[in-house]
Design a protein around this ligand. Structure first.
Ligand SMILES: *Cc1c(COP(=O)(O)O)cnc(C)c1O
Length: 312
């Protein structure tokens, strides 16, 4: 088995975003480009996988088993990471098989992931001990990674995304499970601030989830930043109708952003966050002198979804 060498990863660059809206509001904008770290295992997903893979390797597991939807960035990243680091991978995919395979699943298959479809009712039980025991029985000794990689190992990896550099007062990012936000808050200084933009409708429920992730992490004794956690809050108004829902306005915004700054945004996560941040800046929501670091969490593979009206 390959040891987890990171030669194929590049450190994520910080890119300045020149924006009239931001400079009029006295706000400084930069973007941390996690999307550029690796062609396939990119964005926050690499950070969420890192300690899961190390744990699997240290305990001599040869197979990773995980869960996800048919367009999941997590499935895509696990398939690629398994191939790169020498693990067999099994992806339990929510719903029925649809042929031809979409780009996410055909990539996963090319990377030798074994794809197993699972009806939605059974999929809902993925966190239960009963279903997990059943999977262990069916597939043998497998290292289970939860959907999105959002366990304590995942949070630990996310503490390595940003350091306490005083160059930034505020970090902004999109949230699915909130594990990435939890990791970032645990790494930053009390005086720094993290703003999360849930991409699901009714994202308020993430407040409890994130509180729990942070509390569980703090009692686990895993490493945290000095004088952490940072204060954090969620802005729940920029979900655009719900998970993976887009409208013309969001697509146009992404197109203009790409033209102006040379940065492609994924529609499911980062585009919604950046739209939200620019909107809040216009409303005077941030303080003059705030220095914002926006996290590009990757996920561009998801933009290949055929049903999106891309040719607007
Ligand atoms: C998974 C994912 C997220 C959400 O991360 P959480 O830790 O679940 O909040 C954000 N952006 C992209 C591109 C993702 O793939």
């Amino acid at each position: 088995m390959n040891c987890l060498t990171l030669d194929s990863f590049v450190p994520p660059p910080v890119q300045r975003i020149d924006s009239d809206i931001a400079s009029r509001a006295g706000v400084d904008l930069c973007m941390l480009r996690l999307d550029l770290m690796h062609p396939h295992i990119n964005g926050n997903k690499w950070f969420k996988l890192k300690y899961n893979l190390l744990e699997a390797q240290q305990n001599n597991f040869k197979t990773l088993l995980t869960f996800g939807g048919a367009y999941s960035n997590h499935i895509y990243a696990i398939a690629a990471a398994g191939n790169l680091f020498g693990f067999r991978t099994i992806g339990i995919i929510r719903g029925e098989e649809r042929l031809p395979l979409n780009p996410t699943l055909s990539f996963a298959k090319q990377q030798n992931m074994q794809i197993v479809y699972c009806d939605r009712l059974t999929y809902k039980q993925r966190h239960t001990a009963r279903l997990q025991a059943e999977l262990q029985q069916r597939f043998g000794e497998v290292f289970l990674i939860p959907e999105g990689g959002s366990n304590l190992h995942g949070v630990r990896g996310c503490t390595e995304i940003v350091n306490q550099s005083t160059a930034f007062t505020t970090v902004c990012l999109a949230c699915g499970t909130g594990a990435t936000l939890a990791g970032i808050a645990l790494a930053l200084h009390k005086q720094q601030r993290v703003i999360g933009f849930p991409v699901l409708k009714g994202g308020e429920f993430l407040n409890q989830e994130i509180e729990k992730l942070i509390a569980d992490y703090l009692v686990s004794g895993l490493p945290v930043g000095a004088s952490s956690p940072a204060s954090w809050q969620l802005v729940c108004d920029y979900h655009f109708g719900g998970y993976a829902k887009v409208n013309k306005e969001l697509l146009l915004f992404s197109q203009e952003f790409a033209q102006a700054h040379g940065i492609s945004l994924d529609y499911v996560y980062t585009a919604k966050m950046v739209y939200g941040v620019m909107n809040l800046i216009q409303q005077g929501w941030f303080n003059r002198g705030d220095r914002l670091l926006l996290i590009h969490t990757g996920g561009l593979q998801g933009n290949q979804v055929a049903s999106l009206p891309l040719d607007i």
